[in-house]
Design a protein. Structure first.
Length: 85
């Protein structure tokens, strides 16, 4: 599972893509927080590509700035339940 907790910057895009390719299957991408979902307060910056979905397919979006531990746990459990059924 690849947890992305912030916006994807131009400088980190390639590293994120390489990490995703190097992760063995099964693999899931989780966007944790508003910045990882859509760039948050950094959206529109020339240094920011945006949310992780602009670079990789995302399996789970957990909203919040930052998301509560409860929201994070509920989201991860829901992802695991959906995969096991």
């Amino acid at each position: 599972m690849l947890l992305v907790t912030g916006p994807v910057t131009v400088n980190m895009r390639e590293a994120l893509e390489r990490t995703h390719r190097a992760t063995p299957d099964p693999k899931w991408v989780v966007a944790v927080g508003d910045c990882a979902r859509n760039g948050g307060v950094f959206a529109g910056s020339p240094a920011c590509v945006g949310g992780v979905s602009a670079v990789l397919p995302v399996d789970l979006h957990i909203p919040g700035c930052p998301p509560s531990p409860d929201a994070l746990l509920k989201g991860l459990l829901a992802l695991l339940e959906s995969v096991s059924t």
